[in-house]
Design a protein around this ligand. Structure first.
Ligand code: AP5
Length: 205
């Protein structure tokens, strides 16, 4: 199974991807997580770090290079779930070429739809467990007492608006691209996470 999850920041891609990963036994590949891991390790290019923290997109080729390497790992043989990649049409075209060279192709692109005002609220209140990577929301899904939490630099109000704008101007162009290929399924991302999961599973059938 080769699936792409598309949706604006805060639409629940990471939340749903973690469930699908367990359910189907395939890895979740998040370019955002990979860039954050490089940041934590001190190996991320300083220019990319600034772009990310301010809410912009890093250059296409940096994301493509990460994916080109990652999809050849053994755990990707049965399939994988892409979360946050591709984000632009050039990235989508590069992904198509990478897969074609390997005799593979995408099965589905699932788009999570959530209204912008709800997205802002979800992002500003998101916290991530530093150890497990578990995603919480201070109101809807509060962390347990004592959890060691991280507040992403790009979840601060000043960066959130810029990320949502970047999605609307750059990533939204992916939707007609994949729709034209007959791969796109739209899912309402509003509701409890497990209600959204039921819709995502239906879209994957
Ligand atoms: P990335 O890490 O991919 O961030 P994103 O796309 O902005 O998405 P998020 O992780 O913010 O949101 P999500 O949709 O996963 O929502 P979540 O499940 O956490 O990218 C970060 C940055 O890296 C980019 O800005 C860019 O700079 C760079 N980058 C990454 N990939 C790139 C690429 N390919 N090209 C160029 N640059 C790239 O949920 C959010 C909150 O809502 C949580 O608190 C959660 O608990 C809550 N929530 C989730 N579902 C529900 C629900 N159903 N009801 C109520 N609350 C919910």
């Amino acid at each position: 199974m080769l699936v792409v999850l598309v949706g604006p920041p805060g639409s629940g891609k990471g939340t749903q991807a973690k469930f699908l990963r367990e359910r189907f036994g395939i890895p979740q590949i998040s370019t955002g997580d990979m860039f954050r891991a490089a940041k934590a390790a001190g190996t991320l290019d300083q220019r990319y770090l600034e772009i990310m923290d301010k809410g912009g997109l890093v250059p296409d080729q940096a994301a493509i290079d990460l994916i080109a390497k990652r999809i050849d790992a053994d755990d990707c043989k049965p399939g994988f779930l892409l979360d946050g990649f591709p984000r632009t049409v050039p990235q989508a075209e590069a992904l198509g070429e990478l897969l074609a060279k390997r005799g593979r192709s995408l099965d589905r692109v699932v788009q999570l739809d959530v209204d912008r005002t709800l997205l802002e609220e979800r992002l500003i209140h998101r916290r991530t467990d530093k150890g497990t990577g578990h995603i919480y929301h201070l109101i809807y899904n509060p962390p347990p007492p004592g959890a060691e939490l991280e507040h992403r630099a790009d979840d601060r109000p000043e960066a959130v608006g810029k990320r949502l704008d970047a999605y609307e101007t750059m990533t939204a162009a992916l939707l007609p691209y994949y729709d034209g290929k007959g791969l796109l399924r739209r899912v309402d991302g509003v509701g409890k996470p497990d209600e959204v999961t039921v819709r995502v599973l239906a879209a994957l059938e």
